[in-house]
Design a protein around this ligand. Structure first.
Ligand code: ACO
Length: 322
């Protein structure tokens, strides 16, 4: 039994914020941001757009792409660090909006690796036979927890949502080897202070602002991402040269380039959305998948490697035959 990706969706708010706009807000420059991060512009949710607004649009697009409706979905898992409310889960807003009148919906929190964790959970439910079709979403309004006076962090993040429909494979797909081959997850709570927020519900009764030791996050990211990618490749017995595309979490172009170099994957085989989207945390991988499919670069039958790293620290990698 395998799980296959049947549909891809994504949504970015209309409003954008360029590096030149940021020059007017904090002491920074377009040249610095481009050179150190690769980011040029990011999308920002308007006042009446919430994480659920973006998630619902991405989910509807993924359902359309899969030729399905909410009635076909058994489970919704939504990865986010920026839920609409402390409770209930943002996932149940998606469940109601897509008119899914059965099954269940819940959120997961694993920072920038959230989508990979959600994908892994959905994959296990499908492998166990208890779910046939799952909607897996990464959605964020990071702009709501960014300190817009902190140049160390405010230049990095953007808002958006991406979604996939993950389904039990058909017999033909099984024979063709299509689907999720393996997913590896890791976390290390000893590093929790290196990428965190200034508060939270229980501790300060606020959402807090993003707080990051940039250099330390960078150092761990380049090591952990290459290691976890190598782990999943070794476990599946796949040859590096068989990988058609790397679809990484979009944190910083230098982190992506370093991982690609270590894995000997040329940059023309990497889906990069950073320049136009910035770091959208849990939304970045499903958004990159959506962009890759929309642009025609990602096609059926290809072997893709996903990897992510975020607060916790959490990190993960997956190999999928599209
Ligand atoms: N504009 C101009 N100067 C800046 C800015 C800015 N926006 N931000 C920091 N600087 C300054 C610093 O103050 C420092 O000045 P100093 O030398 O006078 O002290 C100088 O630039 C160099 O700072 P560094 O932190 O060494 O710069 P670095 O090259 O490491 O780049 C960055 C910083 C981009 C944050 C990098 O460390 C990074 O990308 N880290 C990974 C963090 C990340 O991606 N986080 C996202 C969330 S986690 C994830 O998704 C993996």
């Amino acid at each position: 039994m395998k799980a296959v990706i049947r549909g891809f969706g994504g949504y970015l708010p209309e409003k954008t914020l360029t590096n030149f706009d940021l020059e007017k807000m904090v002491e920074t420059s377009d040249a610095w941001i481009r050179e150190r991060t690769g980011i040029q512009v990011r999308h920002i949710a308007s006042d009446n757009e919430y994480t659920s607004t973006l998630a619902i649009k991405a989910a509807q697009e993924a359902l359309k792409n899969a030729n399905m409706t909410g009635k076909d979905i058994d489970m919704v898992i939504l990865a986010t660090t920026t839920p609409d409310d402390t409770t209930p889960a943002t996932a149940v807003q998606v469940q109601a909006a897509i008119q899914m009148d059965r099954g269940y919906a819940f959120d997961v929190q694993a920072a920038c690796s959230g989508f990979m964790y959600a994908l892994s959970i959905a994959n296990q439910y499908i492998l166990s036979g208890s779910v046939k079709n799952a909607l897996v979403i990464g959605a964020e309004t990071l702009s709501r927890i960014v300190d817009w006076s902190d140049r160390n962090t405010c230049v990095l993040f953007g808002d958006g949502a991406g979604a996939v429909v993950l389904s039990a494979a058909t017999t033909e797909e099984e024979k063709a080897g299509t689907g999720v081959l393996d997913i590896v997850l890791h976390s290390d709570g000893n590093c929790r202070q290196l990428l965190t927020t200034t508060g939270g519900v229980s501790r300060t009764q606020t959402a807090g602002h993003v707080l990051m030791e940039g250099r330390e996050v960078f150092r761990h990211a380049v090591t952990n991402l290459a290691e976890v990618a190598t782990e999943v490749i070794t476990r599946t017995g796949i040859k590096l040269s068989d990988i058609d595309f790397l679809v990484p979490h979009q944190a910083n172009v230098r982190i992506v380039e370093s991982t690609a170099k270590k894995l000997e994957i040329p940059m023309d085989k990497v889906i990069l959305t950073l320049p136009e989207q910035g770091n959208t945390s849990a939304a970045s991988i499903p958004l990159a998948l959506f962009e890759g499919v929309k642009s025609g670069r990602l096609k059926k039958g290809q072997l893709i490697l996903l990897d992510a790293m975020g607060g916790g620290f959490t990190w993960a990698a997956a190999l999928i035959r599209l």
